[in-house]
Ligand binder design. Structure first.
Ligand code: NDP
Length: 267
């Protein structure tokens, strides 16, 4: 069933979210600090609110996609009374503690809040590879599930308001660790006359296959008592030690493998 939904923030991501809601047949009100960014959506049937307060007060469901936590606070806090009894989904990137703090604010003002972490770039919204993590009000997740699926697969990760941000940042942390490994590896192979481009073609499928190991490591992290490691700590330390030695010998060493030695024993 069609809902009345407001989207605040029509940057690259907010505009993509708004577009998906229009395509899904919902009644859409939009607001952006710089009003001209609403024009394309208005020509496709969205209504435009003159102020953020108006956008917050007209809809059953309010979605925020602003710059940061401070900009979210700036617009939500003065509107607390108008938001009572409504559902707010904050898809603005925040830290887990910022999300929890907003969760406490929402509970105090009887606003049903979910925090979300978007695992996609704007062009992926509504496509098969996009997913969005949600945490907070579980009942609201059920209630608006059909709407949320318009953005990409909707995944509820817990009632702790900080959970979506924590999962989001954990996943990005994994991604950046992988990029660091590639950059270091590229420096190493270049000392042999090799190229980063060639390494990319070899490393990408190997790492992709290795991600199946996550599921094997997971039980030992969730329940260390009952875990029998596949590789013992000495084997892992030895392997990383050899890699570090190659980096040192090639004159490309950074702190990367030392950090791994200190953080990866016993997988
Ligand atoms: P943009 O820089 O394209 O847009 C930022 C938006 O925030 C604009 O609508 C801007 O309004 C608005 N804004 C900034 N400050 C304020 C303020 N004080 N009051 C009101 N509005 C404000 O960013 P994105 O759309 O890319 O990102 C939006 C959020 O989505 C961020 O939290 C980002 O981390 C998150 N996100 C983005 C992804 C991406 O790939 N782009 C991926 C995952 C999450 P104005 O037009 O007036 O400047």
């Amino acid at each position: 069933t069609a809902q009345h939904i407001s989207v605040l923030g029509l940057g690259a991501m907010g505009a993509a979210l708004a577009q998906a809601l229009l395509a899904g047949g919902h009644q859409l009100t939009v607001w952006n600090r710089t009003p001209s960014r609403a024009e394309a959506l208005v020509s496709q049937g969205a209504q435009v609110a003159a102020t953020s307060a108006e956008a917050l007060a007209v809809a059953d469901l309010v979605i925020l996609c602003l710059l940061d936590d401070a900009s979210v606070r700036e617009h939500l806090e003065p509107a607390a009374a108008a938001l009572r009894g409504r559902t707010v989904i904050n898809l603005t990137t925040a830290t887990p503690e910022q999300a929890r703090s907003l969760g406490r604010w929402a509970a105090e003002h009887e606003v049903a809040l979910m925090d979300g972490g978007i695992m996609a770039v704007p062009s992926m919204i509504g496509g098969p590879a996009a997913f969005v993590l949600y945490s907070g009000a579980a009942a609201e997740f059920e209630r608006f599930h059909g709407v949320l699926e318009l953005f990409g697969r909707a995944e509820f990760v817990g009632e702790d308001f900080g959970a979506a941000a924590m999962y989001d940042l954990a996943i990005l942390g994994g991604m950046y660790s992988m990029f660091a490994g590639f950059q270091q590896g590229a420096k190493m192979v270049r000392t042999t006359g090799g190229t980063a481009a060639h390494l990319a073609t070899l490393m990408a499928p190997f790492l992709q296959a290795m991600t199946t190991m996550f599921a094997q490591y997971a039980p030992g992290i969730d329940d260390p008592e009952s875990y029998v490691p596949e590789q013992d700590a000495d084997f892992t330390a030895g392997a990383i030690g050899t890699i570090d030695k190659a980096a040192v010998e090639s004159g490309t060493a950074t702190e990367l493998f030392g950090v791994l030695l200190r953080t990866l024993p016993g997988i």
